[in-house]
Design a protein around this ligand. Structure first.
Ligand SMILES: Cc1ncc(C[n+]2csc(CCOP(=O)(O)OP(=O)(O)O)c2C)c(N)n1
Length: 692
């Protein structure tokens, strides 16, 4: 599909599941996530081969599309240990980045056991946003000579699994961190190794964009460490004291080093190693297409669907340039690419990053070389709603890219084939926009999920949501609206309470989020003395991202003691299993334990209390419970409720009460109450209710 170098075919055809981490040459089958796990092992192998005794340090925080990375790293524990790689997840992204910063300081002090420690940070877009302060400081401080830092940012352009779409390149530009954007799994390995080499050479931390579309794909890739051979630019003059981390290091000196040298060193590295490259050239070039990452693949697909192969592209006058380092944009390569072109179409997802940089590189360059640059807008630059050429919202469909390419080449080249292909693409796009199945399948709590019960609020009250599976309550008829980012739960109330006649609200807060940062939100509410009840939904798992444990020690008892020390008012534990508390002796004093059947009463009591109160809802995540039972770590369910079809009148109340999707309506010969009722709820229900 592309001109990217293809790895050689294997000669040894034996295979095992562990090959991905143990093979030293040839090809292995990897997902993007597995490539990120193998990558530090390859780095250590490369270093050893170069006579360096290095170690690796990985830290970060989970979140899609990097939700499974920590699970994979835990599974690969032995392989990582063999390669002297330590994985220590952060309590949150910021703490993780700070720990990675530390990995670059190892060789500043006596006692270092290694020549250097290469660091790897990971997190999803909102986690990157959270790290502004630490990234700015740590990038200015720099990498160590035989360490280097790679910052893996998981982006979700279409908010498929996020509360907002995100694109992190602009953030990295703000903290002046060079950004690599791999297009496929092979480039995860190649750019990853280049990233560390560039980081060591330039002293910068190096960002690495991992999009769901690439990190969640798999491919057969080459893991030969010899395929990537970093070249340190021979003609680039480094300052005598180098660019790496040191101490002491005054702020203005750091700023000057970064702006005067480090970023230029990164550009020189990019140039010397051909990270940006011309993929298709033409003897008589007219239209250039500049693109990167996923968009590069989309451009290739668009050309393919238009029936334009590389040879025809050259004949038509198309030049295609693929950018590997999207910020800062290396000028020599793009100027060379631009020379002789009439027009350049920049194809990139979301808000423009390459387009502005390209214009900057060309504007004052040569009076006679000034190709038109279009991308998000055409040359008329209509800044009006609907004026976009390649829209920045949502995802950029291949059909849109194909249409724009066809239109732009249509000015000097037409062919019946392209016209026919375009018509086909457009009709397919139209058909895709008209769904055949109109039913929407909204995500819902799992059957047996404690949030089915815990997220109810008593009549007359309302709740606010937070990040986690429980966020889905905002889609249900449960008086719960608005939410915050992870760790801000309930705090908007601090800015509302003084200005409203409303007396009290409930705020939902998952235990994973409490541990990540949410305890600070509670502290803020205590400081502001607002009347609020935090419902800490203790399901003993970071459920939404795959059921990971919190990254340290947490228990209901610990939470009660922490919050008592913070100064909260009344606390109550509500649980499906009060009996287990007979053995728990380390709760904070005066914390009653109530059965979940009393949830409504408890909430009515707490909303009358002054200040910040806390309800800890203790019931294990249903999916986690299923896993534990399967592994023999939790007793089997002793009691089940069965709905007998023969006596069920089909009132539908079991569905309403349990909120459980596993209760399936069954049509029987006898009439159902619900079908006759005004509400016309569910015709007839039957099913097993486990633990809901
Ligand atoms: C800053 C940030 N980091 C990571 C995420 C990804 N994320 C979404 S939900 C979630 C888990 C929340 O767990 P918990 O609070 O225990 O709630 P549960 O899913 O168990 O209901 C995470 C880590 C995010 N949204 N924001």
């Amino acid at each position: 599909m592309s001109n990217l170098a293809q790895p050689p075919l294997p000669t040894d055809l034996s295979a095992s599941i562990d090959d991905k981490y143990t093979r030293h040459s040839g090809r292995v089958f990897l997902t993007g996530t597995q490539a990120l796990i193998r990558l530090p092992m390859l780095q250590r192998e490369r270093d050893l081969a170069a006579g360096l005794n290095t170690a690796g340090f990985i830290s970060g925080y989970r979140g899609s599309p990097l939700g499974n990375l920590d699970l994979g790293l835990w599974k690969a524990k032995e392989h990582l240990a063999e390669h002297h790689i330590t994985f220590q997840p952060g309590l949150n992204e910021d703490m993780a980045a700070t720990a990675v910063w530390g990995s670059q300081q190892v060789n500043l002090f006596p006692g270092a056991l290694y020549d250097g420690v290469f660091g790897l940070w990971y997190g999803k877009g909102p986690g990157v946003d959270r790290c502004g302060d630490v990234f700015r400081h740590a990038n200015a401080a720099g990498s160590s000579k035989f360490g280097g830092v790679l910052v893996i940012a998981g982006d979700d352009h279409a908010a498929k699994s996020s509360t907002l779409p995100h694109q992190t390149e602009h953030f990295f530009k703000a903290v002046m961190m060079p950004v690599l954007y791999p297009a496929n799994v092979q480039e995860y390995l190649d750019f990853g190794l280049h990233g560390w080499a560039m980081s060591r050479y330039s002293g910068c931390w190096v960002a690495f964009k991992a999009l769901a579309d690439t990190v969640e794909t798999s491919a057969s890739v080459s893991i030969d460490i010899a395929t990537v051979n970093p070249i340190f630019p021979p003609n680039f003059k480094l300052p005598p004291d180098g660019l790496n981390i040191r101490w002491p290091d005054p702020p203005l000196v750091q700023e000057a080093r970064l702006l005067n040298h480090k970023l230029y060193a990164a550009l020189a590295y990019c140039r010397a190693n051909g990270l940006n490259k011309l993929i298709i050239d033409s003897p008589a070039p007219r239209l250039g297409i500049l693109t990167a990452g996923k968009s590069y693949l989309d451009v290739r697909q668009a050309l393919d669907e238009l029936g334009i192969d590389d040879a025809l592209a050259g004949e038509i006058g198309i030049r295609l340039f693929k950018v590997g380092m999207v910020w800062p944009l290396e000028p020599e390569g793009v100027r060379h690419f631009a020379e002789g072109l009439e027009e350049i179409l920049v194809v990139e997802e979301k808000r423009q990053l390459l387009e502005y940089q390209l214009k900057e590189e060309l504007y004052n360059w040569k009076d006679d070389v000034r190709p038109r640059v279009i991308g998000k807008f055409d040359e008329i630059g209509e800044w009006s709603e609907g004026g976009w050429l390649l829209p920045a919202t949502g995802e950029l469909p291949v059909a849109t890219i194909a249409r724009v390419i066809a239109e732009r080449i249509g000015r000097f080249f037409t062919s019946p084939t392209i016209a026919a292909r375009l018509a086909l693409i457009e009709s397919k796009q139209k058909a895709a926009l008209t769904p055949i199945v109109l039913a929407e399948r909204k995500p819902h709590f799992c059957s047996g999920c404690p949030h089915n019960s815990s997220t109810r609020v008593p009549e007359g009250s309302r709740a606010v949501a937070g990040i986690g599976c429980h966020y889905m309550v905002t889609w249900m008829d449960r008086s719960t609206s608005t939410f915050t980012h992870m760790g801000g739960e309930g705090v908007p109330w601090v800015g509302q309470a003084p200005f409203t006649s409303e007396k009290h609200i409930f705020a939902n807060l998952g235990d994973g989020t409490y541990f990540h940062s949410g305890i600070l939100a509670i502290r803020q509410s205590i400081a502001a003395k607002v009347p609020i009840t935090y419902k800490i939904l203790y399901n003993d798992a970071v459920a939404m991202t795959g059921g990971q444990p919190v990254d340290g020690i947490l228990s209901v008892a610990r939470i009660t003691r922490q919050l008592e020390a913070e100064g909260v008012g009344k606390m109550v534990i509500v649980t499906n299993d009060p009996a287990k508390y007979a053995e728990i002796t380390d709760l904070a004093p005066n914390v009653p334990i109530r059965h979940r059947d009393e949830l409504d009463t408890v909430q009515r009591e707490l909303r009358e209390e002054p200040g910040v109160t806390v309800l800890i809802y203790d019931q294990v995540c249903a999916t986690e419970a299923r896993r534990r039972r399967k592994r023999g770590k939790m007793p089997a369910i002793a009691q089940r409720v069965v709905i007998n079809e023969a006596v069920c009148e089909g009132c539908g109340d079991c569905s309403v009460q349990s909120n459980c999707l596993s209760i399936v309506p069954v049509e029987t010969a006898s009439p159902s109450k619900a079908a006759n009722s005004k509400k016309d709820r569910i015709p007839r229900s039957t099913g097993k209710i486990g633990q809901f």
